[in-house]
Design a protein around this ligand. Structure first.
Ligand SMILES: NC(=O)c1ccc[n+]([C@@H]2O[C@H](COP(=O)([O-])OP(=O)(O)OC[C@H]3O[C@@H](n4cnc5c(N)ncnc54)[C@H](OP(=O)(O)O)[C@@H]3O)[C@@H](O)[C@H]2O)c1
Length: 308
C-alpha cells in the first residue's frame, strides 16, 4: 500500500479519488489551503490534511515528504473565471502551481505522478489561457523524470458537483433547461466515480504513461447533455430548451470581469459555449486501464433520478 498526496483533494475529483484510495487501503494525504477543511464525503475516513498552497513552493515540501505517489488535481477557485487581482489564474495555479509540485515531488523522491488534465487540450484551435497553462503543466510532469501520466478528463458529473446537481435540483420544478449559446459543442461526459477509478488504476499501473483520455462512452452536445440532466431529475419529463444568446453572455462576461469577485468572464463564456470536448483520439480507459466508464443514461439515472 502506498502513501499518496492529493492536491485538490477537497475538490470534486480529488475527494472522490481520496475516498476510493482510502477504501483500497492506501494512506491518503490531502493538500489544502485551509488548516482544517471539512469535506462531508471524507468525514470519518483516515485522511491527513496538510496546509499548503501550490503557488507557494515552501508550503509544498512537508506535503510531499514521505509520499510514494501524488495526484495533482488542483485548480483555482471559481474556475473558469480568473481573478488576476487575487492571483487566481490558470497560469498561477495550473502552470506555475504544477511546476512547484513537480519540484517538491522530485525533492521528496515521489515515484509516480498522476496529473488531472482536461480533454479540451486535444482541441487544436483555442489560444485559451487554460489550455496554454495545462499544456505547460503536462510538459512539466512529463519532463520531471518521474513516471507520470496525464488523465485528460471530459466533463465530469456527480451528485455533489457544483453545476449539474444544481441544474438537476432546479429542473424538478422548472419546465425549461437553460442552454448557454447554441449548446452545439460536443462532449463525452464521465461520472466522477469513473475518474476516481482511472486515478486508482493509474497508481496501480506505473507502466502506463503519456496521456489517457477519461471520457464517457456517449458523445453528446451540451444542449443534449443539459436537457438529459434536467429530465433525469424529473422522472423523464421533457424540458423546453431556453437558449441564452452568446452575445448576451459575452456582455455579462465583460461586466463580470470588472467586478471585485468575478462571477463570469468572456473567457468563461467561450469555454462553456465553444470548446469541443469530444474524445476521438488517443488511448482511453479501456485501452489503458481495462475498464469502460458507465454510459450517460445509466450514469444520470444513478446520480440524479432519486431527486424526481
Ligand atoms: N470537474 C470537471 O468537470 C473537470 C473536467 C475536466 C478536467 N478537470 C480538471 O480536474 C482537476 C480538478 O477539478 P475539480 O473540478 O475536481 O476541482 P474543484 O472541485 O474546483 O477543486 C479545486 C481544488 O483545488 C484546490 N486549490 C485551489 N487553489 C489552490 C491553491 N492555490 N493551492 C492548492 N490547492 C488549491 C482546492 O483546495 P482548497 O480550497 O481546499 O485549498 C480544491 O480542492 C482540474 O485540473 C480540472 O481542470 C475537471
Amino acid at each position: 500500500m502506498a502513501t499518496i498526496l492529493i492536491t485538490g483533494g477537497t475538490g470534486l475529483i480529488g475527494r472522490h479519488a481520496a475516498k476510493l484510495l482510502c477504501a483500497q487501503g492506501h494512506t491518503v494525504r490531502i493538500l489544502s489551503r485551509r488548516a482544517r477543511p471539512d469535506v462531508p464525503l471524507l468525514r470519518g475516513l483516515p485522511v491527513d490534511y496538510v496546509q499548503g498552497d501550490v503557488r507557494v513552493p515552501a508550503s509544498l515540501v512537508p506535503a510531499f515528504a514521505g509520499c510514494d505517489a501524488a495526484v495533482l488535481s488542483h485548480q483555482f477557485q471559481n474556475f473558469p473565471v480568473e481573478n488576476p487581482r487575487r492571483n487566481e489564474t490558470f497560469d498561477a495555479v495550473d502552470r506555475a502551481g504544477t511546476e512547484h509540485c513537480v519540484a517538491a515531488a522530485r525533492q521528496a523522491g515521489v515515484r509516480r505522478l498522476v496529473y488531472i488534465s482536461g480533454v479540451a487540450l486535444g482541441n487544436p484551435n483555442p489560444p485559451h489561457p487554460g489550455i496554454r497553462a495545462k499544456r505547460a503543466a503536462e510538459r512539466a510532469i512529463f519532463e520531471s523524470g518521474i513516471p507520470s501520466v496525464a488523465l485528460r478528463a471530459n466533463v465530469v458529473y456527480a451528485e455533489d458537483d457544483k453545476y449539474f446537481s444544481r441544474l438537476a435540483r432546479a429542473a424538478q420544478w422548472a419546465p425549461f433547461a437553460p442552454i448557454p449559446g447554441a449548446g452545439a459543442a460536443r462532449c463525452a461526459p464521465v461520472h466522477v466515480d469513473d475518474v476516481a477509478r482511472a486515478i486508482a488504476r493509474a497508481i496501480e499501473c506505473p507502466t502506463v504513461g503519456g496521456v489517457v483520455n477519461v471520457c464517457g462512452p456517449d458523445e453528446v452536445t451540451w444542449k443534449e447533455l443539459l436537457l438529459a440532466v434536467a429530465q433525469s431529475s424529473s422522472a423523464g419529463r421533457r424540458k423546453i430548451p431556453l437558449h441564452i444568446p452568446q452575445p448576451l453572455l459575452l456582455l455579462a462576461g465583460w461586466i463580470g470581469e470588472r467586478l471585485p469577485t468575478p462571477l463570469l468572464s468572456r473567457d468563461a463564456v467561450i469555454f462553456a459555449t465553444q470548446f469541443d470536448q469530444s474524445c476521438r483520439d488517443g488511448a482511453g480507459c479501456a485501452e489503458a486501464f481495462g475498464f469502460q466508464p458507465i454510459g450517460l443514461r445509466e450514469g444520470l439515472r444513478m446520480t440524479f433520478a432519486r431527486r424526481g
